[in-house]
Design a protein around this ligand. Structure first.
Ligand code: 5CA
Length: 450
């Protein structure tokens, strides 16, 4: 992509409304534009990262055996009256009347709607187990939307729902989600720690939140520092294996890690003092097992040899749009964002030091083409600007790798490949630079972006 043909409205000044670094950089890098409090349009660069994150979420859900679908954003109030949550949900629910004066709402979550779909089409235990999920916009009329996409009113969420015959099976689904979430966050370059949490309005005693440690996080967390040594890595796992999934859950949840809602000072004090940590975290996901709460209220039952029984359910969410903020909070410096390779909007930037120089222009164009042929997307800064301005833009938007092309280097047959994270540069032939990028990204295959 040529920058001159792209839409990247970067801001020179720090926007005064942004209190935290991720919000500031998302506005400055031209990723989002606020339409109303807590509601944003996603400009091309922000949209590109959003779709990469969504792509990773889909890949890992499908790998775990979960089935993608898409439900409507608008829901009839009647469903929520059946479950009893219509009044409970309070002012966070955006209620709308249609032209026939029917009560509607913009979905804040989808337990009722998915239960309605399930009961309409599934009646036999033979159709279980089943996990359906979607990635869809939600609306919660938060009293204090803030920090940009971190606490929005309109936000993008992956929400998944499992239907099982027994509590035992449903807990396997719970564990499967925990494993798939660990993989998902690690692919995004994040460490998200599962912490014992509180059920809140979704309900249920079994629930874990996934927290990314960050000073600007909204949650206070307490943990044994040994949990930060755990990584899932690239181990293979059989998602159908109850033992394997249970083993991972135990490995990642036995050590003390809790949010302030479930914190237990006495238990915490049993951890050796040098390992006790109090910090702040960003909640990027939550999993719940809530048994038959919705299936009983709404009559979602299956026929078994012993008669009709309500199904055991759980729901599982990932804050897809919030993740952009969380990733930036965990990956930035004073000059801008530093995208992890797994989610970067473009795989590398190309900076032409002398636009209009025949050899430099040709070298940049052929680099872009060579990378594209290998499935790597470059953002080529072809503007007639001074080099300093081009570097500043590249640093701000955070592409992890930059190729700098100038007439002087080309005379010696080389370009410069620079790491955004370390600032280290290397002179290489254009072919070697391309080969190196291919090697770097071999371990970070993300779905093609838009
Ligand atoms: N139905 C369940 C799971 S599918 C559910 O709604 N869970 S939740 O309330 O915990 O939301 C799931 C995730 O969405 C949260 O962990 C958080 O990362 C994200 N999220 C929640 N509220 C907001 C918000 N106002 N802005 C941005 N992201 C949010």
């Amino acid at each position: 992509m040529r920058l001159s043909r792209y839409f990247l409205p970067v801001l020179k000044e720090n926007p005064s409304e942004a209190q935290i670094v991720s919000h500031r950089y998302m506005l400055r890098a031209g990723m989002i534009k606020q339409s109303a409090a807590g509601i944003y349009s996603w400009l091309p660069l922000g949209f590109k990262v959003l779709k990469k994150i969504e792509g990773i979420v889909h890949e890992e859900q499908i790998r775990a055996g979960h089935v993608p679908m898409l439900m409507s954003t608008m829901q009839p109030a009647d469903l929520w009256k059946e479950s009893g949550r219509y009044d409970d949900y309070g002012q966070e629910m955006l209620r709308i009347n249609d032209r026939h004066d029917r009560d509607m709402l913009f979905g804040p979550t989808n337990e009722e709607m998915i239960t309605d779909i399930f009961r309409a089409h599934v009646s036999s235990y033979k159709d279980l187990p089943l996990t359906l999920y979607q990635v869809q916009w939600k609306f919660r009329d938060e009293i204090r939307p803030r920090f940009g996409v971190m606490r929005g009113r309109e936000f993008y969420m992956k929400d998944g729902y499992n239907f099982d015959l027994s509590k035992e099976d449903a807990l396997h689904a719970y564990n499967r989600h925990l494993v798939s979430y660990l993989r998902t966050y690690e692919r995004m370059g994040l460490q998200a720690i599962p912490m014992r949490a509180d059920g809140g309005p979704i309900g249920g005693d079994y629930t874990h939140e996934f927290l990314v440690l960050a000073e600007t996080g909204e949650s206070e967390v307490f943990y044994d520092s040994a949990v930060t040594d755990l990584t899932f890595g690239d181990r293979e796992i059989d998602y159908d294996s109850v033992e394997q999934c249970q083993g991972v859950l135990e490995e990642f949840t036995t050590k003390y890690a809790r949010t302030d809602e479930t914190h237990d000072e006495a238990l915490f004090n049993e951890i050796p003092e040098e390992r006790r940590r109090t910090a702040r975290g960003i909640e990027v996901g939550q999993i719940f097992y809530f048994g038959t709460k919705y299936s009983e209220a709404m009559g979602a039952k299956v026929q078994t040899a012993e008669g009709e029984v309500p199904v055991h359910m759980g729901s599982h969410g990932i804050g897809v749009s919030r993740l952009l903020g969380a990733i930036i909070e965990a990956n930035h410096d004073d000059n801008g964002i530093i995208w992890p390779e797994g989610v970067t909007p473009f795989h590398c930037g190309i900076v032409n030091l002398k636009q209009g120089d025949e050899a430099a222009d040709a070298a940049c164009e052929s680099l872009e083409k060579a990378l594209a042929a290998l499935g790597l997307e470059a953002l080529y800064d072809d503007r007639k600007e001074r080099a300093g301005g081009k570097f500043a833009t590249m640093d701000l938007i955070g592409l992890p790798w930059r190729i700098t092309v100038g007439p002087r280097g080309l005379k010696n047959g080389v370009v410069e490949l620079t790491s955004r994270r370390t600032g280290e540069s290397e002179e290489l032939t254009p072919e070697a630079a391309v080969a190196k990028l291919v090697e770097i990204y071999a371990g970070h295959r993300t779905p093609q972006g838009f």
